[in-house]
Ligand binder design. Structure first.
Ligand SMILES: [Zn+2]
Length: 278
């Protein structure tokens, strides 16, 4: 009995210290939240630079585990997609997902309720797909994007609105130009409009590998950045160009590595989940 108790106590101590150690530093995980095989990416440029090209886009979610809490950036495609072995044809391309976001979080011993903060770059369903799972989180969102998402116009489109509508009464931090999530400059969401009215990007500063700047959809893919392309479906073309310049200047100032979220090469350059960078 005494030995069993000793063993239990030892096991408990190890588990607790492992958890405490786990939360001492900041870690970044890149989760595969789907892929989009686009038949034609012509719309990625209003000048026709990509007409007739096809492309496979990554659709990641990023989890930042900070000593003060967990922050999830974007939620990918709606996860019931993972039940469709052969993917789904969305008309403009084939959507696929290997594993649900819920299952991937479970690999880390997490449930969706454990995520303290949810940040969304913008409302499009390839970024907000699983937002409705995070009603316990504090939503971090630009004030203009929030106003649009919960407008009467969007509420009158139930197919779109149901994706995030459950967050209407969630705790929410609406920011104007930027929000420093943990107050220490390590996780900062910045307003960079154009793709949508209140589109935002994310800066993360990791203790060992330094700064990362996540694009949201300010750029559609690496070639789009090289060619300074502005998609024809953007909310505001001029605002996009201004944001792209601001993004480049900010990356330079911070010496940050740019991660274009839909660029497969950028996603593949990050450790395969559940491995992480710190
Ligand atoms: Zn997107």
């Amino acid at each position: 009995m005494k030995n069993t108790l000793k063993t239990l106590t030892a096991a408990l101590t190890i588990t607790l210290s492992a958890q405490a150690e786990d939360r001492d530093t900041i870690k970044l995980y890149a989760l595969d939240c789907g892929t989009i095989e686009m038949f034609d990416i012509g719309a990625f440029s209003s000048e026709g630079q990509f007409n007739g090209q096809s492309a496979t886009l990554a659709d990641p979610c990023f989890l930042i585990r900070h000593p003060k809490g967990d922050f999830l950036w974007d939620t990918g495609l709606e996860q019931s997609l993972s039940e469709h072995q052969d993917g789904m044809n969305a008309g403009y391309g084939i959507l696929r997902m290997e594993r649900s976001l819920t299952d991937q979080l479970a690999d880390l011993g997490m449930r969706t309720d454990d995520v303290e903060y949810l940040g969304l770059s913008h409302w499009h369903p390839d970024h907000s797909g699983n937002a409705a799972l995070f009603t316990s989180s504090t939503l971090v969102i630009n004030n203009r994007e929030h106003a649009f998402m919960f407008s009467d116009e969007m509420k009158s489109q139930p197919e779109a609105y149901k994706v995030w509508g459950a967050l209407e009464n969630a705790k929410t931090i609406q920011f104007d130009s930027e929000h420093d999530v943990f107050g220490d400059g390590t996780v900062v969401v910045k307003y960079m409009p154009g793709h949508t009215v209140g589109h935002a990007v994310l800066y993360v500063n990791l203790p060992e590998t330094g700064g990362y700047l996540f694009s949201g959809d300010l750029y559609t893919h690496a070639e789009g950045r090289e060619k300074k392309a502005v998609p024809s479906f953007n909310f505001d073309k001029e605002a996009t160009k201004i944001s792209q310049s601001a993004f480049e200047a900010y990356a330079e100032e911070k010496g940050a590595r740019i991660i274009i979220q839909h660029e497969m090469k950028h996603f593949n350059s990050l450790p395969v989940f559940p491995a992480y960078v710190q």
